[in-house]
Design a protein around this ligand. Structure first.
Ligand SMILES: N[C@@H](CCC(=O)N[C@@H](CS)C(=O)NCC(=O)O)C(=O)O
Length: 214
């Protein structure tokens, strides 16, 4: 079975997209136009009934959910050294993956996808306002946690860094603040991550340069 990744440009699927490029594995990038609801076609839903990206096709099975895909790829390709082997570094890496998917991403979704959370359109503005505020709180938390750190899980770059870059881009894309002034530690870390050739390759492939220009 061909290895393939269904991704939406700039979406959370960018994290596994970066990881596939870091590993250097042969894969097919399958661009999915979320605005045109390509993730809701009968063919797509037959593959992933959740109607979301990312989807990884690899080793004869279909895998969804960013933390699962990142952990799978990290373990599957140990030579790439993208998942710490154990102890506190592995625990920290998994701690970040859980925080990103359970807290950071849903807060932003309240801003961008209020229809997921209420059928009452009158409730959207307040929900979006709170979602954005919660998301910005998360960005502040990430900034403080990255102070004095080379990478998220310790001294070595890992799958957690690929995931955290997604939210850096989303925060920068809000155009509400100067990231370097408001979030100096997150920005210093982002500069290290953005210097990686695999990361630049994915940004070019997805066409998201505007969000990652500092
Ligand atoms: N918990 C899922 C979230 C996936 C998700 O919400 N993906 C978004 C893009 S960031 C999506 O596919 N949105 C399309 C839609 O809501 O229709 C994961 O971690 O993979």
């Amino acid at each position: 079975m061909t290895t393939a990744l269904y991704f939406g440009p700039g979406a959370c699927s960018m994290a596994p997209h970066i990881v596939l490029n870091e590993i250097g594995v042969d894969y097919e990038p399958r661009k999915t136009n979320l605005a045109e609801k390509a993730q809701l076609t009968p063919e797509y839903l037959a593959m992933n009934p959740k109607g979301r990206v990312p989807v990884l096709l690899a080793d004869g099975f279909v895998l969804t959910e960013v933390p699962a895909i990142l952990t799978y790829l990290g373990q599957r390709y140990p030579q790439a050294n993208l998942l710490p082997a154990g102890g506190e570094p592995l625990a920290r890496c998994l701690e970040w993956l859980a925080y990103c998917s359970s807290t950071v991403h849903p807060s932003y979704a309240h801003l961008r996808r209020p229809e997921r959370y209420s059928d009452d359109q009158a409730a959207y503005p307040k929900m979006q306002e709170k979602g954005e505020a919660s998301f910005i709180d998360c960005i502040g938390f990430i900034d403080r946690k990255l102070e004095g750190k080379q990478f998220a899980a310790g001294d070595v770059y890992s799958v957690a860094d690929a995931y955290l870059l997604v939210f850096f881009g989303w925060a920068n894309g809000l155009k509400k603040f100067d990231m370097a002034a408001a979030y100096p530690h997150y920005t210093a870390w982002a500069k290290r991550v953005l210097a990686r050739p695999a990361v630049q390759k994915v940004i070019a492939l997805e066409g998201t340069q505007a969000r990652y220009t500092l």
